[in-house]
Design a protein around this ligand. Sequence first.
Ligand SMILES: NC(=O)c1ccc[n+]([C@@H]2O[C@H](COP(=O)([O-])OP(=O)(O)OC[C@H]3O[C@@H](n4cnc5c(N)ncnc54)[C@H](O)[C@@H]3O)[C@@H](O)[C@H]2O)c1
Length: 393
Amino acid sequence: MEKKTIRTGIVGSGFAATFHYEAVRRVFGCNVEVIGTHTIDAEQGKAYAQERDIKFFETLDEMLDEVDVIHVCVPPVAHEPISIAGLERDKFVICEKPLTGYFGDGTDEFCGDTFPKQDALDAALESVDRLIAAEKASKGRLLYAENWVYTPAVQKEREILEKTGGQILWIHGEEAHSGSHSKEYAHWKFCGGGVMLGKGCHPLTAALYLKRVEGRVRDGKPIRPKSVTARAHAITRLESFRDEGHIRCDYNDIDDFSLMHVEFEDGTVATLAASDIVVGGIHNWLEICANNHRAICNINPNTTMQTYNPVEENFKDIYVVEKIGTKQGWACTAPDEDWVTGYHQEMEAFYGTIINGGQPESDLLLAADSISTIYSAYVSAERGGAVVDVKNY
Ligand SMILES: NC(=O)c1ccc[n+]([C@@H]2O[C@H](COP(=O)([O-])OP(=O)(O)OC[C@H]3O[C@@H](n4cnc5c(N)ncnc54)[C@H](O)[C@@H]3O)[C@@H](O)[C@H]2O)c1
């Protein structure tokens, strides 16, 4: 049977747009024809388009005229308007994490450190509601690009839960490294928060997903988050922090260390750390402690391959592993990092939904629960770690 062809456009032309493009090229369930890109940075967008021999669109609307799907690979502040524009035109929208958030009050004085976090929670949930309404009114749908859901390790855990009916008692996990590459990331007004949102969303959403799977398998309904307790800190902005050049430390008004402790409806728990203060490469892992098994998902680093390099210079043209500070000595070198990170499986699954219908594992409601939990966690952190109820979707 001849494969269907789906026409795609990528919004943004930076880091995420690059790995999205590579991932769609490895989709084999249909032909994905990347028509073009639209970006506000026209110079960057044109270079991205030229390199890939695709079109550069001056406006989003022009691109929407020519595609069935858009990939939203722009900073979080632009996720909602771009996603809604796509849904209003009945397109499928593949939206990067975090789904949405609260990006300040528009004033120059806005400071992420001092404003009342309840405002952020209320505004973020209003944004979620607008996205849910837009999806309901659309023939398209929003596919939430939380790659942790699609990592081979987390999908293997799904299989274990489905085949054994296991009950998860405690999930703990972490996403950490030594600091984001993005300039905007230093400011709450562009990213909607700090590390608790930007990185914490990854292990949190994987944990929410697995409890969802557990409930679906045993009782036909997901187990949802009920409350959260959290702490958030700005370690690199402490007067006592001593910068030795290994950790990014130019943040304006965001947290760079966070802990969320989530209680689910069934009384079980998840404890998720996220930080920008960890050297030695990205540290992404999730451990599942169930009543009938235990699983440790080492997303990055892992020991698929290890290399020892006695001379830094020898590896100058070799990609080793994300955010590693040096190529000298032993390293958990990644032979195919995008695969272990779930980018390919995610796109295969999303394009499967686009051509065949069906329920994606990572959808708008999972993203909504994630946003609701994180902004409730900011309220908790502001109250010194008090328990805050989580609205679930
Ligand atoms: N899943 C992951 O592993 C992962 C990794 C990195 C980034 N991300 C997410 O991807 C998104 C983009 O991050 P990035 O690292 O690619 O940032 P980036 O700064 O590298 O690129 C952002 C791009 O968006 C464009 N842009 C900004 N505002 C726009 C607008 N209103 N309309 C059109 N284009 C606009 C910029 O010109 C730029 O091309 C963020 O939401 C981030 O959280 C996800």
